[in-house]
Structures are given as structure tokens and as C-alpha cells.
Design a protein around this ligand. Structure first.
Ligand SMILES: [Zn+2]
Length: 480
């Protein structure tokens, strides 16, 4: 019986969050703006206009290239990739063909089980990263098709992997790690829902034990991790069945589309090659020559990447679940890092942010972004740290912060929640406790020192936990 192996490679398109478009001064943030309002003759491809390369886009693409362990190529060329489509006003896309920005990298990623525990570590090699501009967007309404060119000219990075992925789970885990890296760098929000990150997945089969790269099926334009996984699973089953029927792989490369609702692929075209695009050098953009010193400068600007962050949290002795929460949610990470810096105690910071804050947010049906921000959490941590309130009272204050959106200091003042530190007031409370618990005093005098616990407990209860426990003990010891 022949054993078949699945071979998967990805092409990932990521929109960069630069201020302006790739080759013109148009606003690159068209989200929520009326159609065809962030356009100009350059991004509309009018004859006689000249594209000017966006420096910020080049810098961001280099940052990502370095994070992917790629070699950044000193000489870059731009090329015209020709095809006709109503959302491509110039009739060609400006891309990079044989001199891309970066090549030969790799990404290490983790395979996790359903509980989030790491099962295995894998590495996927990166073939190349190149820059290009995005096309516009078509919307189909009944028999009509509407076109919006706001997206035309948005800077894109295309990241191409080697065929190193062996199943849909690996493809999705790799893609998620890639997304985390790009978000950490700040090159894109990579919001899948807004189409900022999209995948083309190539899949083929071969006999296990061979190195054949057989003709592949390329599934175009997958825009969520879920559709990436489902489409690959579907196509894998389909190709295996075809092989069983014909006894061999696909006869030629095919391009397919994924039908989200029907959960199946559809063949769009066959036998497409690079020749069909008639690539030729873009005459209006001179070769981009990068200085080694400039690349070194950009390398220094790289922020901490998710894997390094993960190690940092491991060193703080946080558990896997807590680490995953922080790695997956940048907003939560900002809050935790700020609170941790104040408290100098990872366990207590995790208790406040990952247990209490997340618990209260969940209960209130709010996201991290809708709850207290890092400054507000920092204020609360300081109030606990300087003894204005106890950690226990802090929990009540935090719950109110989440439900009322008020600051910690406002809630403490309004509700009189600060610790009682006034000695006179505590002395009165202690005397009342002694009067109310004569038996405890008798037991203490008989040598049972633990009996004082009952007195302290009484004071704490009477004061709603606001009496300073240190002072209560001191005064009590003086009295008995
Ligand atoms: Zn423009």
C-alpha cells in the first residue's frame, strides 16, 4: 500500500500600516471612509504619473524580514506584473520578481493541543519577502459589481514559505506565529476581519520517502485561520481521493478558490505560470540600494518578539496558560508589564491582572480594551503598594473600576475604602474587641497565643477589612 505525504507551502499577503500608500501620498487608512475618496492619479494608474517609493513601508518590510531571520538583499528591483482585472486600474501591479527585498529565513513555531499546552516545536523556512501594492476591492450586489479603489496602492508584504508544512494544523500554527510577530513589530495590525492578512495555500501529495514536488493546487485568498485549516483539510481529502482513483498526482498546477459557506474548493484555472504575467522591470522606480549600516540601524529598532517575550514570562515563573494569555493579547501585555514594573512581583501582578481583572471583565462581558487601561491599573497597584488600601479591598475597587469605568482614587474616596491607619481609631476598635471576647483574653493569658487571632479577626470584620493589620497587632500586644 502506498503511503502519501502532504506538502504545504504558503504565500502570505500583509497590508502595512504606513501613513501613506506604497507609491503616492494618499491616506493609507481608508477604513470607514466613503469609496473612492483616498485616491489620486498615481494610485489610479493614470498615464504620465510617477510612483515614488514609500520609505516607511521599506523600513517596516525590512524589520519583518529581519525578524524572519532573512538575509536582506542590498540591491532591490521593482517589476511590473501584468494581469487584467477591474480592480487593478493600471493593468499591472508593481511587485518584486527576481530581486526581492529579502530571502532565506525561517520561523520556529509551536504546535499546541486544545488546552494550549505545547506539543511540539517546528521550523518553517521562508523563501522570500517582497514588497508590492494592493489592488482595489470589488463588491458584488446582485447582477452589479461595485469597485472601490481606496485600497489600490496600499503597501503589501508578500511572504513566501518553502513547502515545509505537512498538515493544516502546522499551516495554521505557523500563520498564527507569523501574525504575532508582525503585530509585535507594529508593521501591521494584521486584522484578518479587515483583510489585512490573507493567505494563498499550495498543497500537493507525494509518495512518502521521496523528495518529489508534484503539481500543486493553490487555494487563493483565504482570510482567516479557520478557513485556511478547513480549505487545506478539504483539498487534502480531495487530492488523496484523486490519487487513489488515478494512481498518480495532479497532472498540472491548478488554482482554486475556497467557498466558505459550502466548505469546498472550486477549480478556477489550470497551468498558470510566471510567464503569463509578463514580468518586466518597472522603468519608473530605480533599483533600491540598501546600505549595510541602514540595515543594522533597523535591526537595532526591532522590538522584543513573541518568542523572546515568552521566555521572559517563563523566567518570571508564570504558567503556560498565563503566558499564552499575554502573548495572544497585546493590550493585556501592556497592562501586565506596567503593573509588574510597579509591583516587582510577577505572581502578585498576575493575580491582579490575569486573575482578577480578566475575571471581572469576563463577568461584565467586556474586552480588555473596554476595561481599565495600563495607567488606571498602575494607579490601583500603587494604592495597594503604599498601603492606602489592602489587597483585599483592591479587589473590590477593581471590580467597581470595571463596572463603572471610574478611577481607583475616585472609587476609594467616594466609598471611604482607604485603610484605617489612625491609631486612636484602631485603639478604640481593639478595646471593643477585647470587651466582646473575654474568653479569648483568658485563653491567651493561659498561654494560648493563637487566641489573639480571634480578636484580630473581630477588628478586621468590624472595620470591613480596612484596619491596618500591622497596627492592630501592635496595639493589641501592648494592651494584653
Ligand atoms: Zn494615490
Amino acid at each position: 500500500m502506498e503511503i502519501l505525504e502532504t506538502i504545504i507551502g504558503l504565500e502570505v499577503h500583509v497590508q502595512m500600516n504606513t501613513r501613506t500608500k506604497m507609491f503616492c501620498e494618499c491616506d493609507n487608512d481608508a477604513f470607514g471612509k466613503p469609496p473612492n475618496t483616498t485616491v489620486c492619479p498615481v494610485c489610479m494608474g493614470h498615464p504620465g504619473t510617477l510612483p515614488v517609493l514609500n520609505e516607511e513601508a521599506v523600513k517596516k518590510a525590512i524589520q519583518v524580514s529581519l525578524a524572519l531571520q532573512c538575509t536582506v538583499n542590498r540591491e532591490n528591483h521593482f517589476d511590473r506584473k501584468h494581469y487584467f482585472y477591474p480592480d487593478l486600474p493600471a493593468g499591472f501591479q508593481i511587485s518584486q520578481y527576481d530581486f526581492p527585498l529579502a530571502s532565506s529565513g525561517n520561523v520556529t513555531y509551536e504546535i499546541r493541543d486544545d488546552s494550549g499546552a505545547v506539543q511540539a516545536e517546528r521550523t518553517c523556512r521562508i523563501t522570500r519577502l517582497h514588497m508590492e501594492n494592493d489592488a482595489g476591492k470589488l463588491t458584488h450586489r446582485g447582477s452589479a459589481t461595485l469597485v472601490d479603489f481606496n485600497r489600490a496602492g496600499t503597501p503589501l508584504m508578500e511572504i513566501v514559505t518553502e513547502p515545509d508544512l505537512r498538515n493544516s494544523k502546522e499551516a495554521s500554527a505557523f500563520a498564527q506565529e507569523l501574525r504575532r510577530m508582525i503585530v509585535a513589530i507594529g508593521a501591521s495590525e494584521a486584522d484578518m476581519f479587515k483583510g489585512m492578512m490573507r493567505f494563498d495555500a499550495s498543497i500537493s501529495l507525494r509518495l512518502q520517502g521521496t523528495d518529489d514536488l508534484n503539481p500543486r493546487s493553490e487555494i487563493k485568498n483565504l482570510n482567516s485561520f479557520k478557513s485556511l485549516e478547513k480549505a487545506l483539510q478539504y483539498e487534502e481529502r480531495r487530492l488523496r481521493k484523486l490519487w487513489e482513483e488515478t494512481g498518480k498526482p495532479l497532472p498540472c498546477n491548478i488554482t482554486t478558490g475556497w467557498l466558505d459557506e459550502e466548505e469546498k474548493t472550486r477549480v478556477l484555472r489550470e497551468k498558470e505560470t510566471a510567464d503569463d504575467y509578463r514580468y518586466f522591470p518597472e522603468p519608473d522606480i530605480p533599483p533600491l540600494v540598501l546600505k549595510e549600516s541602514a540595515i543594522a540601524e533597523i535591526r537595532k529598532s526591532l522590538p522584543m518578539l513573541p518568542r523572546q517575550q515568552k521566555q521572559r514570562y517563563k523566567d518570571m515563573a508564570l504558567d503556560e496558560k498565563q503566558i499564552n494569555l499575554l502573548i495572544e493579547q497585546p493590550a493585556l501585555r501592556t497592562i501586565f508589564d506596567a503593573v509588574h514594573k510597579e509591583m516587582h512581583d510577577a505572581k502578585r501582578a498576575a493575580g491582579l491582572v490575569l486573575t482578577q481583572l480578566l475575571g471581572f471583565l469576563n463577568a461584565a462581558g467586556k474586552t480588555v480594551e473596554e476595561g481599565p487601561d495600563a495607567d488606571q491599573m498602575l494607579e490601583l497597584a500603587r494604592k495597594i503598594g503604599d498601603g492606602t488600601i489592602s489587597a483585599n479591598t483592591g479587589k473590590d475597587v477593581l471590580q467597581k473600576m470595571v463596572t463603572t469605568d471610574k478611577k481607583a482614587s475616585t472609587i476609594i474616596a467616594e466609598e471611604g475604602m482607604q485603610n484605617i491607619t489612625d491609631e486612636g481609631a484602631i485603639e478604640t476598635l481593639v478595646q471593643q474587641a477585647i470587651d466582646a471576647n473575654p474568653q479569648a483574653i483568658v485563653s491567651y493569658k493561659e498561654g494560648k497565643s493563637a487566641a489573639l487571632g480571634a480578636i484580630i479577626g473581630w477588628v478586621m470584620k468590624e472595620s470591613n477589612g480596612q484596619a491596618d493589620p500591622q497596627k492592630v497587632q501592635e496595639i493589641l500586644r501592648k494592651k494584653v
